[in-house]
Ligand binder design. Sequence first.
Ligand SMILES: [Zn+2]
Length: 212
Amino acid sequence: RLSSGHRLIVQPRMTGSLVVYDRALTRDEAKYAVLTCTIDDGRLLVYRDVRRLGTLWLLDERGWGDYTRRIGPEPLEETFTPFVFAERLKGTRAAIKKAIMDQRRVAGVGNIYANEALFEAGIDPSKATNKLSLDEFARLHAAVTGVLERAVQSSGTTVRDYRTGTGEEGRFQFELKVYGRGGAPCVTCGKKLVTTHAIDLRATTFCSKCQR
Ligand SMILES: [Zn+2]
């Protein structure tokens, strides 16, 4: 929240990150700094984005209200129960991977974490959402919240340019079981993992034996 009362919303996508500096930026750092703000204690808050794929929004109270109304519940909040999850997803025939990445249904699940959660839950990413059983919704709920919690604990996933608030790389990339592993053996059964772009044009990697 800015001193003007506006809110700064950052959607970093794959390559953007917010970094705090207690010194002036080097020339190299300045090259990728898209936005620089001074925070109350005098340090610099920098939005850094090498490929400039992210989006920044500056919203007033009304804009913020409209924005939050369009977004689904946050999976790491206590109120996000398996029942809430199933309610948000019901009634669509879309592939389950597309449904869990739809920010209007559930907030914060991007491509990497969708791949990982579906593997952990043992669910075929292309399966129609309305064909999931209650048991599958419960498993997927546990997998989505589990993957996000572990990713946060590992300071995120650096596949290219993502950096933490203090400029380091995340560590969750070392724990990925399917994302980026197409052609490699499944960690559970040894079968070759398959990558497809047919579901949503993004890379989806899965095990056709473990995920049904
Ligand atoms: Zn497998």
